[in-house]
Design a protein around this ligand. Structure first.
Ligand code: M6R
Length: 594
């Protein structure tokens, strides 16, 4: 995944902004970090293992420059070590490179370079790029040296390079995100807009196969066409996210802040029904000629499952839901005219993008539900709609899950002539008024979970995916093993895992018929000694060692009502166990590798 950033300015003084931008990207990876600064024509590098704060600290004793590049790493090729941290330098320190992605055939390029006398110091694929450029500089100018190096590469990359003596940044993109920010006294680039919002709101999104050169006063973009380079003209997009949205404020973690933002996000969606109506009408029309496949990963996949349920129940639309990474193997039936609904918070998840590319080659049409404006998925789709959740920094998806579900509810409801706004506003109000109660409950439950090895989450109907999501939240940030299951399926095997004291969370249905069945399932686990935690509608009176009443009367909206306490339960457990919920081990926010 990794985060990369670059700044080039008329005047010296990029270091502080470089580090500030890099910190906004830490959610993409945080096992090592580094920056390179260009001043007086020379490149200076500071890099190492650990967080950005640990590696560059408060910049004391570090010089400054008029250009700089930075990197925060999520290791792919090569372990976590100071040598493998980026930026990577060429033999004579005249070329510095940062990279996000993975390069094919780098072993071959590496051997070739070593035969030519280059000394490579790391195990990474990235380092070969710095040496390739250096080799090309022997008989080419800097631009052509860069272009020729990029021409050799296969695989996925967002690359930014700096060369000694050149007040310029050299950029290339293929299958890894890279955005250019336009400023008044310089220009910028980064893996995503969040890193640059404190510097500009004007952005150009690079496309696959494009190369760009940034100087303090110019941005030039080229594209390979039939092996030759041609200039590309691109207009800037204005992104209206405010940089304050990226501040934690008084919250201890971004995840907590984002959990608390949910009532507001749902209100915004409820007030934008007309915007979603247009998308819904287009989807409806598209479905006249083809079948619908929903594609997503992780939490977005869980939202997709809920979407399938809503589309079927409310609009009578039949669909299937495929996990993006499995799409290539499970999609032989997709044909021309079919519709792919891709759901992704980031719009950059490699598995989702690959599924979309594949579907396109079969002639399918693609529509998407996305959070990040300008992201790759929006540019690969025939139509996109935004969930308007604002930037999400915590690695665990929270407000974007409920926003995706709310948007799917609105789309399904308006397809059947419904008016979803009122019900959605009711849920938003209920959440505003319930946060304190949910918090109290979450703290009690976390005390119960903290010493357990396994927790099970059960749900029925529309809350089966909510149970999956509750389990994903708990496992990814607390590292306690958690499984979500359809409550009725549990007795077909997993029930064997219940021992005295095994915590089992039941999401109690609102529908009375379903609730009766859920009660049997609850009794099955209780009679085997499980500790039960129930989230239930008011007055349901289901037995539980810990019970939370949630004031929701609409089965179809109950995932929104239940998701919030589930997120808080996971959050409080992680904090109690001393884990940092914003930076869970081994994970990163945007998964841009397959
Ligand atoms: O950006 P996306 O929605 O495409 O991301 C998909 C998953 O990587 C993401 O939901 C992941 O599972 C989160 N860590 C869940 O909290």
């Amino acid at each position: 995944m990794c985060g990369i950033v670059g700044i080039v300015r008329r005047r010296v003084g990029v270091a502080r902004d470089l580090v500030k931008s890099l910190k906004k990207l830490e959610y993409r990876g945080y096992d090592s970090a580094g920056i390179a600064l260009l001043s007086n024509g020379k490149i200076e590098v500071i890099k190492g293992v650990g967080t950005i704060d640990k590696v560059v600290g408060n910049l004391e004793g570090i010089g400054d420059g008029y250009a700089g590049i930075g990197h925060t790493r999520w290791a792919t090729h090569g372990g976590v070590s100071p040598e493998n941290a980026h930026p990577h330098l060429s033999c004579h320190g005249e070329v510095a490179v940062v990279h996000n992605g993975t390069l094919d055939d780098f072993e071959e390029m590496r051997s070739e370079l070593m035969e030519k006398g280059h000394e490579l110091k790391s195990e990474t694929d990235t380092e070969v790029v710095a040496h390739l450029i250096e080799e090309n500089l022997k008989d080419r100018d800097p631009f052509n040296a860069f272009v020729e190096a990029i021409r050799r590469l296969r695989g996925s990359y967002a690359i930014v390079s700096m060369m000694a003596g050149e007040r310029a940044l050299f950029l290339a993109r293929n299958k890894s995100p890279l955005v250019i920010g336009l400023g008044d006294d310089g220009n910028y680039c980064a893996s995503d807009v969040a890193a640059l919002l404190h510097l500009t709101r004007r952005f150009i999104f690079l496309e696959d196969g494009e190369i760009a050169v940034l100087t303090p006063s110019k941005v030039e973009i080229w594209r390979f066409a039939d092996g030759r380079l041609e200039r590309v003209d691109r207009k800037a997009d204005v992104i209206d996210w405010s940089p304050q949205l990226l501040d934690r404020g008084s919250f201890e973690h971004f995840m907590l802040k984002e959990i608390y933002e949910q009532p507001h996000v749902l209100k915004k969606i409820a007030e934008s029904v007309d915007y979603y109506r247009k998308f819904s009408t287009k989807l409806d029309r598209m479905l006249e000629d083809g079948s619908l496949t929903i594609v997503a990963a992780g939490t977005s996949y869980h939202a997709g499952l809920i979407g399938k349920f809503l589309l079927s129940k409310l609009a009578g639309v039949r669909s299937e839901v495929l996990i993006a990474s499995e799409f290539p193997e499970w999609s032989s039936h997709i044909k021309e005219g079919d519709v792919i609904l891709a759901i992704s918070q980031s719009g950059e998840t490699a598995d989702v993008l690959e599924a979309v590319r594949m579907a396109r080659t079969k002639g399918a049409r693609v529509i998407s539900i996305v959070n990040v404006p300008g992201s790759t998925l929006t540019r690969m789709s025939d139509e996109s709609v935004f969930i308007q959740a604002g930037p999400e920094v915590g690695v665990a998806a929270t407000k974007t899950f409920t926003a995706q579900v709310a948007v799917l509810y609105v789309i399904s409801s308006v397809m059947s002539g419904g008016n979803p706004s009122r019900e959605l506003l009711k849920i938003s109000d209920m959440l505003y008024g319930s946060m304190e109660t949910f918090e109290h409950f979450a703290r009690e439950v976390s005390d119960l979970f903290k010493e357990k090895e396994h927790v099970f989450f059960l749900g029925r109907g529309i809350n089966y995916p909510t149970a999956l999501e509750g389990a994903l939240k708990l496992k990814e940030i607390s590292y306690i093993h958690a499984e979500g299951y359809p409550a009725g399926e549990y007795k077909h095997g997993p029930l064997a895992l219940i021992e005295r004291g095994t915590p089992t969370v039941m999401l109690v249905p609102i529908d009375e018929n379903l609730r009766r069945k859920a009660l049997y399932n609850l009794m099955e686990v209780r009679s085997r000694g499980a500790l039960t935690v129930t989230l239930q509608p008011e007055g349901a009176d289901m037995p539980g060692d810990e019970s939370l009443e949630v004031a929701c009367t609409e089965e179809l909206l109950s995932p929104l009502a239940y998701a919030v306490p589930l997120q808080l339960m996971a959050y409080r457990t992680a904090v109690l166990l001393g884990r940092n919920p914003d930076k869970p081990r081994n994970l990163a926010k945007s998964v841009t590798v397959e």
